[in-house]
Design a binder for this molecule. Sequence first.
Ligand code: ADP
Length: 231
Amino acid sequence: MNLILFGAQGSGKGTQSQLLQERLRLKPCASGDLLREAISKGTPLGQAAKPYYDRGDLVPDELVIGMILEQMRELGDRNGVILDGFPRTIAQARQLDASLARQGQRIDAAVYLEVPREVLLDRLAHRYICRAAGHVWNTKTHPPRVEGVCDFDGSELYQRSDDTAEKIAHRLDIFFSETIRLTDFYAAQGKLAHIDGTSEPETVYAHILASLGQLGVLEGTSYPRQQASGQ
Ligand code: ADP
């Protein structure tokens, strides 16, 4: 099963992606993480993407699409992938459909996590990420045991370079003017799972699962059996 997870910055995609990876055995494919890795390594892609990333602008399609398709090929996982942060535009969504069709694959469902802008702004202002593995913490709602240190791996926590108030506002504007249009695109394909992202993570996850069930995309996965046997 290939899933798309989309929602504005701070909508909880990272948390839900983690749960979906663990429980549905999907491989993650997160455009933002791939770009940050390319930028920190200084690869040609990273160098080309950096100015856009630093401004909080979308990185041009031709850079991002190639990167995602390559990553999906490398993952080549039978169980499927979870796309996080891609596609963000209708053009990217169309290209993704076309490329997957050429490989005999498809997107099965697109999960939209809806969270109001005021809640997002508050969540993002308190967001910290760990250096070692990108674990996400929130100093207000989900603080680490020791301030500034990741509970999981002991690495330092930092705020992302694009998580300043001004850049957050800019990225949210792009989301609500551009990326939000994906809801109509995937609804027209009968693949949209529209989820309220304001509840607790486990509740949001349960709603995602119920929605995927309704869309009929859990059939043929090993998910229900694994749950029943408590694995
Ligand atoms: P957020 O959702 O909080 O903006 P991400 O880590 O998903 O965080 O993305 C960070 C930045 O990476 C974006 O602001 C943009 O510059 C770039 N980026 C990520 N995904 C895409 C994409 N699909 N198309 C264009 N640019 C992207």
